[in-house]
Design a protein. Structure first.
Length: 275
């Protein structure tokens, strides 16, 4: 009968053989993984040089969602050099470049391999008002005047009218006159109230922050400085809709709603009356 020592010796030998076999399998697996990784890396490098996976010309930038801007405006923002491997391009970097344009609210970019192209989808900001910035008479030139007219979106972002295709958009009916920095903080509330009003406001004059002036279908309205009672002032103006039937429109200089609880009508003759 085999001794206890010889049994232990045989077990130890078998264990060592198993460990050596296990280490050989691990080395083989590591070697195969390395070869596969190197093959994939080489394949990617090779693929990036294939003519069929190259961006050869600007037309391979497929741009969707434009209404105000032209495709050339976006291609200039992207500013690619051609030819370039489609796999080496960063969609995130391209999207960040596009979103630097003041008219672009959001951009999504992806690669398309068959056929090779860069798919670009953009969401433009929607203008709700034409914004005119006053110019001094001494400095006003054709160039400065064109630069002083822009557009506002519902959140108060100003962007230049220059560069927008003239036939691409119908300009908003609402016009603001003044410096956006003066009214930007109140613009969202003001625009929401005007958009919900049952009458038409054509112009908002902000040149004097102490007296906002509206040009409406009922005539000129003086509101004083912007206050939280702005909606109340518009509601009071709606109640005065029948005013022109009581007083001839030609005789009205403006409607005074600086105190909405005590509306007044300033007549062209200089007199004031309470409706």
């Amino acid at each position: 009968m085999a001794s206890t020592a010889s049994i232990r010796q045989r077990r130890l030998i078998r264990k060592r053989k198993r460990l050596r076999a296990q280490r050989r399998r691990q080395w083989l697996q590591s070697g195969w993984r390395l070869l596969v990784s190197m093959g994939l890396a080489a394949g990617v490098v090779w693929a990036t040089t294939l003519p069929n996976w190259m961006v050869q010309k600007p037309q391979q930038l497929q741009i969707r969602g434009l209404r105000l801007l032209g495709r050339e405006d976006i291609r200039e923002l992207v500013s690619l050099s051609y030819p370039q491997s489609i796999l080496r391009l960063s969609p995130e970097a391209i999207a960040e470049k596009i979103e630097t344009h003041p008219l672009i609210a959001e951009a999504n970019v992806s690669r398309e391999l068959f056929p090779p192209a860069i798919a670009i989808w953009v969401r433009e900001r929607q203008p709700v008002a034409v914004a005119k910035i006053p110019q001094s008479t001494t400095a006003a030139t054709a160039a400065s005047v064109s630069q002083s007219v822009g557009l506002l979106d519902a959140e108060g972002r100003w962007f230049p009218l220059k560069g927008i295709a003239a036939d691409a958009v119908e300009l908003p009916e609402l016009t603001t006159i003044g410096f956006p920095s003066v009214y930007r903080a109140h613009w969202q509330q003001v625009y929401q109230a005007i958009a919900a009003a049952p009458f038409t406001v054509r112009e908002i004059h902000w040149q004097n922050p102490n007296n906002i002036i509206l040009k409406t279908e009922m005539g000129t309205v003086h509101l004083g400085p912007y206050q939280k009672q702005f909606r109340q002032q518009l509601q009071q103006l709606e109640r005065l809709r029948r005013l022109p039937k009581q007083i001839p429109e030609a005789q009205i200089a403006y409607i005074d709603l600086r105190n909405p609880n005590e509306p007044a009508v300033q007549l062209a003759s200089g007199a004031s009356t309470t409706p």
